[in-house]
Design a binder for this molecule. Structure first.
Ligand code: HSE
Length: 298
């Protein structure tokens, strides 16, 4: 039996649209064993809701690993424990693809390397940011080059606390991409290039006073306001409570605040501001996951 643990991920981090991802210590687990047919038992988020047959994304990941390795796929018996809520901008879909691919690869003896798994997961899921962070852990920078995905995991300063506000509403990534324009003014492109570079520089130099500037974005968040009109009020509340910045987590609706110090006051302020907009939700401080997807035999 193979056991895989996969972290939640927060993509973009403001200006790093489709390029940055941060792995958080909130995990889905997959147990997998070879079988002659497909069976899936799901606990936690999505139980009674997600497909339990060959359409299940974790199963599709296991199958894809077999196809990529040139090996026949007869079936697999899966037990999935889902702690990452779906459709909230916390990488549940990336976790499912990465979990299936890593489990399938382990069942085959590990013939595919991490670069191959990353390319397969990116092609399946659509974007490299969440899958790179889910696979590698830490803060990942990812870049498409043809069919290949270049990714580097960077260390994250331990002095920072990451607070995720998870609303009790769902949002589909496809819808949150449909509101984005096909082209942007050059001034906006320059605005983001400057900030994503400043963000990585301020994290590596420990210059957290730059984060307020560095987390700003003009490529996706302004357009997504129409889907999440409460976002500015929650971000203002987070900053007023001490956050250095507050951004949309991936394609939303979750928000991610970064705090130099304890995150409790920021979490409560974000919950209160969301509640004032008559939306339920809860905020939690998460450690950064540095391991990425881990696999072991049980
Ligand atoms: N970068 C993506 C987006 C997140 O914001 O649409 C999903 O990978």
């Amino acid at each position: 039996m193979i056991h895989v643990r996969i972290p939640a991920t927060s993509a973009n981090l403001g200006p790093g649209f489709d390029a940055l991802g941060l792995a958080l210590a909130l995990y889905n687990e997959v147990e997998a064993r070879d079988a002659d047919a497909v069976s899936v038992a799901i606990e936690g988020h999505g139980a009674g809701d997600l497909a339990t047959d060959a359409r299940n994304v974790v199963v599709r990941g296991v199958r894809l690993a077999h196809e990529a390795a040139g090996r026949p796929f007869k079936g697999v018996a899966l037990r999935c424990v889902n702690r990452i809520p779906a459709s909230r901008g916390l990488g549940s879909s990336a976790a499912a693809w990465v979990g299936g691919l890593v489990a399938g690869n382990a069942l085959l003896g590990g013939t595919l390397d991490r670069d191959a798994l990353l390319a397969l997961a990116t092609r399946s899921e659509g974007h490299p940011d969440n899958v790179a962070a889910a696979l590698h852990g830490g803060l990942t920078v990812s870049c498409l080059e043809g069919d290949a995905v270049r990714a580097i995991a960077l260390p994250v300063p331990p002095a920072l606390t990451w607070v995720a506000l998870i609303p009790e509403v769902r949002s589909a990534t496809a819808e949150a991409r449909a509101v984005l324009p096909a082209t942007v003014p050059r001034s906006d492109a320059i605005f983001n290039v400057q900030r994503v570079a400043l963000l990585l520089a301020s994290l590596s130099a420990g210059r957290f006073e730059m984060l307020a500037t560095a987390l700003d974005d003009r490529l996706h968040q302004p357009y997504r306001l129409k889907l999440f009109p409460w976002m500015p009020a929650v971000a203002d509340a987070a900053r007023a409570a001490g956050a250095a910045g507050c951004v949309l987590s991936g394609a939303g609706p979750s928000l991610l605040a970064v705090v130099a110090g304890d995150g409790t006051a920021v979490a409560r302020a974000m919950e209160a501001a969301l509640g004032a907009a008559r939306i339920q939700g809860s905020a939690h401080a998460f450690d950064v996951d540095t391991a990425g997807a881990t696999v072991r035999e049980v």
